[in-house]
Design a protein around this ligand. Structure first.
Ligand SMILES: Nc1ncnc2c1ncn2[C@@H]1O[C@H](COP(=O)(O)OP(=O)(O)OP(=O)(O)O)[C@@H](O)[C@H]1O
Ligand SMILES: [Mg+2]
Length: 117
C-alpha cells in the first residue's frame, strides 16, 4: 500500500478527479494549501529590488491505494495535471504501514478496496 501525495494547480483539480475516477481510484482527501516550488518573487523596497520565495495556491491530494492502483493513479494525475508550465506540481509516494476502515474494523488491503454498495 502507498500514500500518494500530489500537489497540483487548483484549476486542474476537476480534470484530475475525473482521471482518477476513470482509473477506478476511490477514496481521497483534498486540502487547499500554499506552496513554494522554487519560483522567486521580486519585491521592491527603497534600497532596490530583493527576491523572496513566491507562494502560490495549490491543492493537495492524499490518496491511499493498494499496489495495483499505484501506477494507474500516478499516470492519471500526471496526464491530467500537466500544463507544461513551471509550477505544475509534484507527486510523492510513501509506504503505508497500515490502514483501517473505521466502520468495519477491516484493515490494510481490505480497507482501501472499494466496497460494492
Ligand atoms: N521539494 C518539495 N517539497 C514539498 N513540496 C514541494 C516541493 N516542491 C514542490 N512542492 C510543492 O509543489 C508545488 C508546485 O511545485 P512546482 O510545480 O513549482 O515544482 P517544481 O519542482 O519547481 O517544478 P517546475 O519546474 O515545474 O516548477 C509547490 O508550490 C509546493 O507546494
Ligand atoms: Mg517550480
Amino acid at each position: 500500500m502507498k500514500l500518494i501525495i500530489a500537489v497540483i494547480r487548483p484549476e486542474q483539480l476537476s480534470d484530475v478527479l475525473e482521471a482518477l475516477f476513470r482509473a477506478e481510484v476511490r477514496g481521497l482527501t483534498i486540502s487547499r494549501v500554499q506552496g513554494h516550488g522554487g519560483e522567486m518573487e521580486h519585491v521592491e523596497n527603497y534600497r532596490g529590488t530583493t527576491v523572496k520565495m513566491a507562494l502560490s495556491e495549490k491543492v493537495r491530494l492524499e490518496i491511499a491505494v493498494s499496489e495495483p492502483f499505484v501506477r494507474p493513479a500516478i499516470d492519471a494525475i500526471i496526464e491530467a495535471a500537466r500544463t507544461g508550465e513551471v509550477g505544475d506540481g509534484k507527486i510523492m509516494v510513501l509506504p503505508i504501514e497500515s490502514i483501517y476502515r473505521i466502520r468495519t474494523g477491516e484493515s490494510d488491503r481490505d480497507a482501501v478496496t472499494p466496497v460494492p454498495s
